[in-house]
Write a protein that binds this ligand. Structure first.
Ligand code: NAD
Ligand code: GLY
Length: 372
């Protein structure tokens, strides 16, 4: 499989996304070409380290780099102050200077945390993203949103800080558990709904519930997703307007995550239900036709997003909506599809629509009627 390249066009902060199969070992060569000349701190997690840690380090050392690896516990809990503090101390112990760089080898947790370390250590050192989950390859590694969580909310402490390179090795997807693959696939479907009807149709025709596909399928969908994200980020780096469309499904998705104390759903799962709800809201509001809604529902259901945990309540979900970052005063902002391939921000959704939406959603998926 040949290697492909995309560009995130941001003037002096522009960078390439390089995509190929079994290319992790070439990372050192790419860093040399980019002019990285100092020490490298590789940040990864304890699932990814045994699979790819040695291969990554070997390639860096062969290219002449002095590299140290830090392994964090896998999972959202590592996007925290204590983990950040430990990594910053490790960077100091390794005597990293402004020529030093950081490599984020892992999923979105590693990427967001390592990017946060890169943004803050010595007021900013260069870093590269080497995403190993589908979600990270199509979304979190591109665009420079870096963050850690606060006990009161996800991604509250962070910055926009672009990497110098995103290197996507599609071979890493072969070890990804099914749940994580499906999670990333939800984000892939998101790109079709927000920006590209042809891509949505391709997914509609090709996606199978098992997600067992040829290499070329993954290459195509990762490439197309990254191309859409790169285009959007290039037009609106700091989410002044257009970039908000990438948050399709996130308002209600985050509310579901919060309502289940961040214990049941992972990010992509919650966003899937959020996309379903936002599409239904668009239909209720009269801006999306029934045929498009059915197509969106069909593809999400095919991915198996059909079950909610017990204990979810209307009250819990509405409480979760209060902390949405897009909220302006008492107005909630929803990204709603007007057609497949086109979304728009709406802030005029009547409260009774939401009540009706959530109530029938809970009834359908948990079999319980919720009045409160
Ligand atoms: P994750 O990083 O927790 O990875 C999921 C799991 O897969 C982990 O257990 C990890 O150890 C494991 N894993 C990673 N690569 C593997 C591989 N190749 N083989 C086997 N196991 C592997 O989760 P994620 O879904 O990648 O990312 C979620 C995070 O991304 C959240 O914190 C979310 O807030 C963030 N996010 C950020 C952005 C952004 O723009 N910065 C966008 C979307 C999501
Ligand atoms: N994942 C949303 C964004 O990058 O803006």
């Amino acid at each position: 499989m040949e290697t492909s390249k995309l560009r995130v066009d941001l003037e002096s902060r522009s960078y390439d996304i390089i995509l190929g199969y079994d290319i992790l070992g070439n990372l050192g060569q790419h860093l040399k070409a980019l002019g990285f000349k100092g020490k490298l701190l590789v940040i990864t997690d304890d699932n990814v380290f045994p699979l790819y840690g040695e291969k990554c380090l070997k390639g860096l050392k062969e290219a002449g780099y002095s590299a140290k690896i830090e392994v964090i516990p896998a999972g959202e809990g590592s996007k925290s102050w204590p983990a950040a503090d430990q990594l910053l101390t490790s960077a100091l112990d390794f005597v990293m200077d402004r020529d030093s760089g950081i490599v984020a080898l892992g999923g979105g947790v590693v990427g967001d945390l390592a990017g946060f370390i890169a943004a803050t250590y010595l007021r900013g050192v260069a870093y590269v993203q080497v995403p190993t989950t589908l979600l990270a390859q199509v979304d979190s590694s591109v665009g420079g949103k870096v963050a850690i969580n606060h006990p009161r909310g996800k991604n509250i402490i962070g910055s926009f800080y672009q990497p110098r390179l995103v290197l996507i090795d599609l071979k890493t997807l072969e070890t990804l558990p099914f749940r994580e693959l499906r999670t990333g696939m939800a984000e892939v479907v998101k790109y079709g709904i927000i920006r590209d009807q042809g891509f949505f149709n391709y997914l509609y025709d090709h996606l199978t519930p098992t997600l067992e596909q040829e290499k070329d399928f993954y290459r195509h969908i990762v490439y197309r997703s990254c191309a859409i994200k790169a285009e959007v980020v290039s037009m609106d780096e700091r989410e002044g307007g257009l970039r908000a469309i990438l948050n399709f499904g996130h308002t209600l998705g985050h509310a579901l995550e919060a309502a289940t104390s961040y214990k049941h759903f992972n990010h992509g799962e919650a966003v899937s239900y959020g996309m379903l709800l936002a599409s239904r809201l668009a239909f209720m509001r009269g801006i999306l036709n029934e045929e498009s809604l059915k197509a969106i529902e069909e593809i999400l259901f095919r991915l198996g997003f059909k079950e909610l945990p017990p204990g979810l309540t209307m009250e819990g979900i509405k409480e979760g909506l209060k902390y949405d970052k897009k909220r302006r005063g008492d107005k909630l902002a929803f990204i709603l599809p007007e057609a497949i391939g086109k979304v728009q921000v709406y802030t005029d959704i009547p409260g009774e629509y939401l009540d009706q939406l959530i109530s029938s959603f809970l009834k359908e998926f948990t079999g319980k009627q919720e009045n409160k």
